[in-house]
Design a protein around this ligand. Structure first.
Ligand code: NAP
Length: 214
């Protein structure tokens, strides 16, 4: 499955590296254009390519938003994400780095309104990029000296389309993390976004499930 990474800064370039290491293809896009992505594409090798955001979303089976939240609205043509699983990994911050006041809405609910044809899943937004870079990796059994299944760190999915969440969960598992479903886009999104209990808090699968059941 080819993942389109829209936004290749700290988190986007990290996701690109771990996806390619896990055997996935990526198409990358940023604000400055594909030429500026030459060094990253060269580093990643033949599994990576670069395009403009609309082209990357069009070419990808799984587009992932990794741009500032304020850039999301109007960024992609509706046709490029029509009927596709669209991963929203953005976080809405307001003044002073505080969670933005969205009137009780989950930020990804608004993304789903801006892209009504897309199957929006809130995911990959909670973990700091430096953790994402190193905490996954190939799953091994305990006897092989690496993280056992229950000890893997959790990455979350929220959304109203169960099949879409399963697709994202498969990618999370490929990356060596534990996929944990937080529920619908509204309630799960609020758990995952800034100000929620799951944001920027590295939790194992078991710890995450305990938080969600609170
Ligand atoms: N940093 C983290 O650990 C982390 C973790 C999870 C989620 N997030 C979320 O992911 C998003 C990106 O965070 P970041 O820390 O990676 O930011 P960043 O390092 O500043 O990177 C932002 C990226 O978005 C691109 N971009 C900005 N406006 C754009 C537009 N209009 N069209 C296309 N591309 C655009 C930038 O392009 P150029 O490279 O051309 O400037 C850059 O590649 C934010 O919503 C953040 O909350 C961050």
């Amino acid at each position: 499955m080819r993942t389109g990474i829209i936004g290749t800064g700290r988190i986007g370039s990290t996701l690109a590296r771990i996806l390619v290491a896990a055997g996935h293809e990526v198409v990358l896009a940023n604000a400055r254009g594909p030429q500026s992505l030459g060094p990253l594409v060269a580093e990643l090798g033949p599994a990576a390519s670069a395009a403009h955001p609309a082209e990357a979303a069009d070419q990808a089976e799984l587009p992932v938003l990794m741009v500032p939240y304020a850039s999301v609205r109007g960024l992609l043509p509706a046709a490029a994400v029509q009927d596709k699983v669209l991963v929203d990994a953005t976080n809405a911050f307001g003044a002073g780095g505080k969670p933005a006041d969205l009137g009780g809405r989950a930020s990804s609910e608004l993304v789903a309104e801006w892209y009504p044809g897309a199957r929006v899943v809130k995911s990959l937004n909670t973990m700091h990029f430096e953790t994402l870079a190193v905490a996954g990796g190939p799953f091994r059994t305990k006897s092989e000296g690496s993280a056992a299944e229950g000890e893997r760190l959790a990455l979350f999915t929220a959304g109203d389309d169960e099949k879409a969440k399963e697709i994202v969960a498969g990618i999370i598992a490929d990356l060596g993390f534990a996929p944990v479903d937080t529920g619908p886009l509204h309630s799960g999104g609020i758990l995952q976004q800034p100000g929620g209990p799951l944001f920027n808090r590295p939790l194992t699968e078991a710890q995450a499930l305990a938080w969600i059941s609170h």
